[in-house]
Write a protein that binds this ligand. Sequence first.
Ligand code: NAD
Length: 298
Amino acid sequence: MKIGFIGLGIMGKPMSKNLLKAGHTVVVCDVNRGAVEEVVAAGAQSVATPRDIAAQVELVITMLPNSPEVRQVVLGANGIWEGAQAGLIVADMSSIAPLASREVAAKLAEKGVEMLDAPVSGGQPKAIDGTLSVMVGGKQAVFDRCLPVFKAMAASVVRVGDIGAGNVAKLANQVVVALNIAAVSEALVLAAKAGVEPELVFQAIRGGLAGSTVMEAKAPLMLDRKFNPGFRINLHIKDLTNALETGHQFGAPLPLTAAVMEIMQALKIDDMGDCDHGALVRYFEKQAKIELQRAPAR
Ligand code: NAD
């Protein structure tokens, strides 16, 4: 298939390269020239604007930071909407507000253009090896047409409902991850403060009900003091902002999400916005005046 790809960042670059590897023709565009050159070197074609892409492909994928960038690239000057013909499909794989997905889709529908919201989880390593999880909102028939394309980038692709449902699922994912990291942080700092080796507590509880994928991924990094991203606190703040707004719009209070959001805001003020979200532990460490470390060798 001839596919457009807009947004060649940490995620979009490897995702577009996996489409090339799967044999698709890929036409790219990004405001970052260096990123464009790298994907062109891997076999893509490039054009100047999203409008140029929309005029020549069957499917345009966007992988942009947040709702304002998606609105700009789809509906703004020289955007996808200007170049689109009826029958084009737009699959937005960015993590954005569900209501923004619905608004953009409604505008595209005026021209007979279909849209899916298809955010991902898995981060850069899974983007590179093509094993992302994709959660998709949109019509079943449009999903069926795009499924082989998603499968070139993902190990799991699930349609969760109509347009906007993909981003609702992604927000649910981000709430669970944020609260889980906070719980692991709070618990390990409690152990350390009470004079018990946090590493041994991790070993003792990881196989029981308290164990989780988050605990497996983040506890070792906390103990090793590795806070390079990964997934930046600033990006998680963006997702929790969208979660809280969505909760308010639909009447679902999110008190625990609000608490973790404030912890992330405190870390941002302490210049840790670009650290991995595992650095949440540093908030609890600061309050308890202690730092986690590995158990000494025996
Ligand atoms: P990124 O900031 O690395 O990349 C975004 C890209 O969009 C950049 O290359 C930027 O130049 C480009 N861009 C911005 N505005 C543009 C415009 N107007 N026209 C063309 N290009 C434009 O972000 P990322 O980490 O690749 O994340 C992309 C999305 O995926 C975000 O919504 C993020 O929340 C989500 N996500 C990220 C991760 C992760 O681990 N990084 C994991 C899952 C989901």
